[in-house]
Design a protein around this ligand. Sequence first.
Ligand SMILES: *Cc1c(COP(=O)(O)O)cnc(C)c1O
Length: 817
Amino acid sequence: MFNRHIHLSMGKVLPIASKTDFFLALAMTVRDSLMESWLKTSVTYAEVDPRRGYYLSMEYLMGRTLHNAIGNLGLNKEIQEALHQLGLRMEALRECERDAGLGNGGLGRLAACLMDSCATMQMPVTGYGLRYEYGIFQQEINEHGAQVELPDDWLAKGNPWEIHRPDFLQQVQFYGRVEVHGGRRVWVDTQTLDAVPYDVPVPGYHNATINTVRLWAAQSNCKFQFDQFQAGNYIEAVLKRNQAESLCRCLYPNDALMRGKELRLKQEYLLVSASLQVTLFLATKAPHASASASSGHSLYVASQVVIQLNDTHPALAVPELMRLLLDTEDMPWDQAWAITQKCCAYTNHTLLPEALERWSVELLHHVLPRHLEIIYEINQRFLDGPVRKKFGADDHKRRELSIVEEQPERVVNMAKLCVVACFAVNGVAAIHSRLLKSDTFAAYMPLFESKFTNKTNGVTPRRWLLHANPDLSDLISKHIGTEWPTHLDQLEKLNEFVEDEALLRELLAIKRRAKKSFAAFIRGKWGIDIHHGHLFDFQVKRIHEYKRQLLNLLHVIHLYLTIKDGGFVAKRVVFIGGKAAPGYARAKTIIQLINNVARVINADPDTNDVLKLVFLRNYDVTLTEKLLPAADLCQQISTAGKEASGTSNMKFQLNGVPIVGTIDGANVEILDRVGEDAFFRFGHTVEELQELRHSYNPAQLVEEQPTLRRVLRLIESGTFHPPGDEAGGQAFEDLARDLRERDEYFLVADFESYCATQARVAQLHGADPLKWARLMLRNIACGGFFSSDRTIRDYNKDIWHLPTNIVPRVRLEQATF
Ligand SMILES: *Cc1c(COP(=O)(O)O)cnc(C)c1O
């Protein structure tokens, strides 16, 4: 099959085929092996017509597909051998694949992990998203140590995994106005775009289920431009098509930050409108639906469809579903509302106020006038109905609960819309879900408390352990058998081996090998020399003030000063990796400071055989897979109450990497399971910070901490200023001053506790390898809960109620596979 693809698809003979040709031929070979199961899965869903789930997400951070697909198909050995006969190495070909970086961070990666689990558990779930031509930007670092963003043209050499389906296109409208025709409201004079789907396979693990993620691309609509072509503006009309097609060109690179851009609103609407139109179409032409009357079709939708909104980004699903039912299906309001409420469920991902989506009424009126009307009516009926019933004519309550807010300008609060319209609302870790109820949505509790649940995030153990860390996986399988990748609770059996010295020594040996090879990788890529015997300490995630990469850096500078003073510091390499949103100046300053501290420390002969600081450029899914096996320590040090869940903590834990962390997000549940011995906790709790906030005086606290004072002074002294970049140096000083004056994220308050905990970590790691190996084993053994299979089971039990194990069983006609 591989040779055929080299010849027939790539049009090459072996001697002149490039590495990319080999990769593409291999990918197409693997795709061929998926195709029969993929078709069978689709046909089975169509014939069995089960209740189905639709996951709507603006982001899917999929990473590479090849290795995961081969692993899930169980074809590793066969392919490796076949390639070997041709003198090729699979590891080398893998490196040709570009990451599908259609997401920013945790939210997008969660979508990818959940899709993997749905396929593995054989559940009829389809993901809908956008096919950005440019995913998350490529990060480079310039000569001043600052981040530079470059376009991620991931499709340049073709994408072997997607299937373009122009015959399934959906028309999406924008702009125009609402008119009343014979008592009915009609959206007229709109501009139309075509949404064209590209289908991507999501293979389950060692089963025949292949689910689909369907990504929409914008395409110009011929009919709409008819007038211009008629008028003879041929060239101009053709050029205009380009503009329309830019809609899905680029992913917005903001993580946990809302920017009210018109283009983004249109992206969100395109996703929602195209996906819901197909969903309604599928549901109404399903075998069971066609037996009932036409209004029965739509009622059928309510029982057969559940739509999960990944944050509020697809919240326009609420007014769009209403519009489709009211205006195109001619349904009365109450019926349409009942169906919408029954279908839609909402996942909240953040407590940060700057991340909550609020669209200006003016913009909505311009782009989606009919939807604005519908939102107003939803709000009016909500305030006049349930709110009046519960609170009477309390004006304060009405204002507080209103979906439409009168701030400096009038805006629609999309999270409030979701809370009012959806039948389920969930947070993504226990503490986060609790804070949603007590804080963010507290005002809604008297009305809707029963809608609120928790669904603690998880990660797929296939990609993040089985495929990313084969040596550790083999060791695990040798001791507890091979069922754990789909029954992750079985990792608990490893607890029986805590005193098994041979196993512990093997754990350490695997780690040593992984560190050696990661050190070689770093040396090869960036020419930085690191020693694999040192403690490898990682903080990898988006750069954000609340995630406190700066706290990590303050500690590194403290270690540096200690060594300079002749004090003892355990040997350590601190790796920090992550991208900053291009418009987030403070986050970019933090990156620049990290790089300049690294420049100074790594070049200092007094310190550089003890302490190294490495900024990992262009952190992405693939780099995460490479570094996990090599990590000794994972930093999850967000300000308590700010991190909704975190998922990189789970990836590290699953790979046996102890965490130094705050009592925040999923850390709470990890600590619960592994215990205080195997989790290095530090810092103030949410409650303590709430108490502290009133009287917080960071300037005074700095004065009381000589170590921190020295660290800040060193930053202010100009030691780390980038040569030739005065503005950069000024920004560093501003950073230090802000810590004294404001310190919104309580770095100063947590510094001492953080340093003490890090010292304890280093002491433990250096003193007793076997004891450390026990910590590693304990982390792995307690990782079962954080499988995204468990997360999906929770969603399904409480929210989705979908059948599982829908095994593809259809016989395809004229099967030629
Ligand atoms: C898992 C993952 C994240 C999420 O990391 P957090 O530490 O939970 O913020 C972000 N980016 C990538 C590439 C990931 O794999």
